[in-house]
Ligand binder design. Structure first.
Ligand code: SF4
Length: 312
């Protein structure tokens, strides 16, 4: 046997092994969906068992609102967003305004293909953006649905910031705007309200990564086409925690673009029984001003009203 033939045979054998390994990997991926979509890393096969988020293996949508106007002006614009509210949540905060859908799994299931077909059924020129609301626990399925697709309007990842950081680079290829809510600095608070003691540790790294992946904010006619908008909902009685979040943003995030929200409304069985008071909110705005965080939005105090909570 010549050396050439020998090498060729090794090559063929190796390529067969590779095909076999690829085939097995694909097979196992298709048969078993071990979920690592978020930092809880429950490691469950969602086709058989539910993890913390309470959702199965397919994308589940609780409600779609067309021309949704209740986001920041650079998100809603004049046309409003195509707002897609996903069912379930990987944080399930005790005070969640959308608890009807985040705590009780309610909605319709879509495979990634069906989800893409659903988006394509809309005349997207009628909206400012596609607003994916609380999508984190469906990250891998949404990436699968949107991979390689082009949309005429931006896709906004409207999340809690509690993400699997390893999935962010892939996610950044399919979404245009990251809009995380940076919720807590204190581990005690995040454990108490969201059962996520590591929230700050995880979310702070994710938000830094999001800035790295979408390093510049790009606007067209006032609509954020690409970039990062960091939200923070001030909690009644926890203004010092809010200060620390703002301090961190100032220190660690390049060109911060923020949205401070005063809309906290006690609901469900929440242990916080009151809304934010005007003095607390004013103090927070003063702190932001002192830090020079001037790019972004400050919510009108009158937004703290049940009429601004969508009825699911
Ligand atoms: S997405 Fe759900 S099942 Fe998956 S790791 Fe997070 S909480 Fe667990």
């Amino acid at each position: 046997m010549s050396v050439f033939l020998f090498l060729e045979r090794i090559y063929i054998n190796l390529s067969k092994i590779k095909i076999k390994i690829d085939f097995l990997m694909e097979l196992s991926y298709n048969i078993v969906m071990i979920c690592n979509d978020c930092p809880r890393k429950c490691g469950v096969d969602r086709s058989k068992q539910k993890g913390f988020c309470g959702e199965g293996e397919q994308i589940k949508i609780a409600k779609i609102i067309e021309n949704f106007m209740w986001e920041e002006p650079c998100i809603s614009g004049e046309k409003g967003a195509l707002a897609i509210f996903f069912s379930g949540c990987n944080l399930r905060c005790e005070f969640c305004q959308n608890y009807q859908i985040s705590h009780f799994s309610k909605g319709e299931e879509y495979t990634p293909k069906e989800f893409l077909a659903l988006l394509k059924r809309y005349d997207l020129s009628k909206f400012s953006c596609i607003d994916l609301i609380t999508p984190t626990h469906f990250t891998s399925k949404i990436i699968e649905a949107l991979e390689g697709q082009k949309f005429p309007i931006p896709i906004v990842w409207n999340s809690s910031g509690y993400e699997n950081i390893d999935l962010l680079p892939k996610l950044a290829e399919v979404v245009d705007v990251f809009m995380p809510d940076f919720k807590y600095f204190s581990n005690e608070l995040s454990q108490k309200f969201s059962k996520a003691e590591d929230y700050f540790e995880v979310a702070s790294k994710c938000i830094i990564k999001m800035r790295e992946l979408k390093h510049k904010n790009i606007f067209t006619e006032g609509i954020l086409q690409s970039g990062l908008l960091i939200r923070h909902l001030a909690l009644p009685g926890q203004i010092r925690d809010s200060y620390k979040i703002l301090d961190f943003i100032k220190e660690k995030i390049e060109n911060p673009f923020i949205s401070l929200m005063s809309q906290f409304t006690p609901c469900n069985n929440c242990s916080i029984k009151r809304g934010l008071n005007p003095l607390e909110y004013k103090a927070l705005l003063n702190h932001a001003q002192k830090l020079g965080l001037s790019e972004g939005y400050f919510q009108d105090f009158s937004s703290a009203d049940e009429k601004f909570i969508p009825n699911f």
